[in-house]
Design a protein around this ligand. Structure first.
Ligand code: ADP
Ligand code: MG
Length: 594
């Protein structure tokens, strides 16, 4: 065997560069993202005819003379410094790998100056060696990457023809330009201007500069915020009137970072699949903002993939945000509008305690979409935006039971985290929280079933596979249609089932527990099935005994309970409320009854 020896510095970098720099477009992406991180408002990119010479110039912060050499060293970054930072990443770059990789596979020249430095500096890099000198220049940075892959013949051979490479560069620049309408970008090659944006801060303007102005008339805004889950979504989507023959106009941004996200893609596909022809695709530019610790962007060095702590929640949030926005799009057709509204109600979770809630639009800190607003599209004749007031109305309608004006109950407290104690005219009322909630949900579901023919459900992007007996699998298979009516949908794979859809009211609970309960219901006679399914679903969805509730939650629950038609007993027949009359208490304590 050959003797073990240490690899030289440049070779180590070249190996690592394979991860970050795949092709000329990766160089463009890394350099432009660095310019954005440096706060530039103007970035110009020039590409040679063979796509192997790339120049990116910006008017950003520049690099200090003393930092310049370090900038080209592996794992040198100004963007994170501790492990904690790794989970709270807000800048585009963070690994300090791009420049170090580039100088191992190309000849790189950097000319830069900060506002503080009197003179500019120049770094000339080749084979991972860096030479620094002084130079006169203005504040900002120009990076020139020349003869890409000159010393890695295999990678050079794998480059596609210059036209294809340029097309990849154009695509990357389009994505970046649309995600940063506040920055002016220019892309030129062989004296031709391939892309130019003005940095207007307006996403519509950026879209019309990158694509064609006629596209804008078929677009609408989407905005949704879920305060309880700390998620917000903003963006621009095409109405069903528009479609394209490829997926290239789909832009997803998670916490400001452009990502390829199968979860968001699937949600978009599922919303549009019934609205536009098969094989056609929408224009979608959506930005999702989550708490940094809910998302891991550190999965791949090219920083394209993300992982979520709660994939199903993200999937549902995106799906319903876009679906609801499109439900409010009605191309001048009264009947259509009615059916859209009915659908919106159907899909809205019926219960305030449910996990997925749709709140009115809120502000997010993703500045790129800041400028877009519903009103800015209002003048376009091709669709009629629904007013914000109506939008809220549609979103918050509880699907069935009409909210009668119920007085806020006078709650004394919660006993054993199970019973709610209320002071009222008759005396001291004690209510079992679980069965009161169960009664409310049960009546709600029944009403939904009566009015809409089905129970509102929520979709699952991923779920565990649960092993069942062959007879149980057969039972689920046979009753698939009935189950769907009750909000349940399963995927069967040999002896396992996985959840595709559950009633929206059960969203909060451990979904795996539900499968066994469903199978048990299916063992019942057909004529009792409906009631059994609704009872089981209400029981699973209801607040449990032993669960601590806040005063607000107790008030909310009791108000809902007061709207029920049969408040005496739960669907199983148990008594829900017990009142100790004041006069009985007085008698017991030997007080004068007034
Ligand atoms: P990362 O972006 O992951 O930090 P890079 O290798 O891309 O790693 O860049 C290393 C460092 O060089 C950055 O952290 C930044 O401090 C500096 N830098 C690179 N490009 C620029 C630029 N255009 N303007 C200002 N600073 C830059
Ligand atoms: Mg970088």
């Amino acid at each position: 065997m050959a003797k073990i020896k240490r690899l030289d510095k440049n070779l180590i970098s070249q190996i690592a560069a394979g991860e970050v720099i795949e092709r000329p477009a990766s160089v463009v992406k890394e350099l432009v993202e660095n310019s954005i991180d440096a706060g530039a408002s103007k970035i110009s990119v020039n590409i040679s005819s063979d796509s192997r010479d790339i120049r990116v110039a910006d008017n950003g912060s520049g690099i200090g003379k003393d930092d310049l050499e370090l900038t080209f060293t592996r794992h040198a970054t100004s963007k994170i410094s501790s492990q904690e930072d790794l989970w709270n990443i807000n800048s585009l770059g963070f690994r300090g790998e791009a420049l170090a990789s580039m100088i191992s596979i190309a000849k790189v020249t950097c000319i830069t100056k900060t506002a503080e430095d009197e003179n500019g500096s120049k770094a000339q890099c080749k084979e991972s060696e860096v030479k620094i000198s002084s130079v006169g220049c203005s504040v900002g940075t120009t990076m020139e990457v020349n003869e890409l892959f000159y010393n890695t013949p295999v990678r050079l051979k794998f480059l596609k023809n210059p036209k294809t490479e340029l097309a990849h560069i154009q695509e990357i620049m389009q994505t970046i330009a649309i995600s940063h309408p506040e920055i002016s970008f220019e892309l030129t090659s062989s004296n031709a201007v391939l892309l130019k944006t003005t940095g207007s801060s307006n996403i519509e303007v950026a879209i019309s500069e990158v694509y064609s102005p006629s596209l804008v008339k078929d677009l609408m805004t989407v905005e949704n915020t879920d305060n309880s889950a700390n998620m917000s979504l903003q963006g621009i989507i095409s109405t069903p009137v528009f479609s394209r023959s490829n997926r290239k106009a789909m832009y997803f941004f998670v916490n400001g970072r452009s990502v390829k996200c199968p979860v968001v893609l699937k949600a978009v596909d599922n919303v549009y699949k019934d609205l536009i022809p098969v094989g056609k695709f929408p224009f979608v530019a959506v930005s999702l903002n989550l708490k940094p610790d809910e998302v891991d962007v550190n999965v791949h060095p090219s920083k394209k993939e993300v992982r979520y702590t709660n994939t199903n929640m993200v999937y549902n949030f995106v799906y319903f945000s876009i679906k609801n926005a499109l439900n409010n799009f009605a191309p001048n057709n009264q009947d259509l509008e009615v059916s859209f509204e009915r659908k919106a109600q159907l899909e809205e979770p019926s219960d305030k305690f449910s996990e997925i809630q749709h709140h009115p639009s809120g502000k997010t800190d993703f500045s790129s979409f800041r400028a877009a607003s519903v009103s800015s599209f209002a003048s376009e004749p091709s669709f009629r935006p629904v007013s914000q007031e109506k939008f809220l109305q549609t979103k918050f309608l509880e699907p069935s039971i009409k909210t009668v004006d119920v007085e806020t109950p006078d709650i004394i407290g919660q006993f054993r985290n199970t019973y709610i104690l209320i002071e009222n005219e008759a005396g001291l009322e004690i209510i079992d929280q679980h069965i009161a909630h169960e009664r409310y949900i049960y009546e709600n579901l029944k009403e939904s079933l009566k009015n809409n023919g089905s129970v509102p459900s929520q979709l699952f992007f991923t779920s565990n596979k649960i092993v069942l007996e062959p007879s149980e699998i057969a039972l689920i298979e046979e009753n698939a249609q009935v189950l769907e009516k009750f909000g349940y949908k399963f995927e069967i794979d040999e002896n396992t089932v996985s959840i595709k859809q559950l009633p929206a009211v059960t969203a909060q609970n451990n979904p795996d527990n539900v499968v066994g309960a469903v199978v048990e219901c299916l063992h019942t006679n057909f004529d009792k099935l409906e009631d059994k399914m609704l009872i089981m679903t209400s029981c699973k969805a209801a607040i449990k005994a032993g669960q601590k509730l806040s005063l607000w939650e107790m008030q909310d629950l009791i108000k809902k309970y007061r709207t029920t038609q049969n408040p005496q007993t739960c669907p199983h027949g148990r008594v829900i409320s017990h009142i100790i009359p004041e006069k009985d208490l007085a008698k017991f304590f030997g007080r004068q009854v007034t």
